[in-house]
Design a protein around this ligand. Sequence first.
Ligand code: AMP
Ligand code: ZN
Length: 147
Amino acid sequence: MSSCIFCAIAAKQVPASIVYEDELCVAFMDIFPMRPAHILVINKRHAQYVHELSATERAHLFEVGHNISQALRASTFQPAAIHFNINDGKAAHQTVPHVHLHILPRYQGDTARFLAGALAKPLLMLKGPLKRELLDQQAQEIRKNLR
Ligand code: AMP
Ligand code: ZN
């Protein structure tokens, strides 16, 4: 099994709640979500940094992220806005060294909840991942709105 958890997800060696997959990318639910419907998009080929991706891989990562964000907007999660975020290196809080695009829904007036979610993340990780059943339900809701 791959020593990189996201490579292992791409190779189907560990479970993930997959929203979308094609030959270059996979999108799946974050197992320790900062907020409900927190999605990650990765390239299947391992690279830690954005500059290690090919131009095609970089463009495709964002295109898939864009399609996922449109499905998220159309879903029952109905975000008012969306974060597209890449932590590109350890000093930028990259904890999994495989490029990933975070897609995070935001709502009017949710700053306190959002910051609490960020601050509580280490506690959440100690408590354990979100239930697979719930992550699968969220993935299904977003997937059915993909165009
Ligand atoms: P970052 O801090 O930008 O490296 O984000 C890594 C993200 O990966 C975090 O939000 C984690 O909750 C998430 N994560 C870690 N392991 C898994 C996993 N097995 N399945 C889904 N998401 C994961
Ligand atoms: Zn990897």
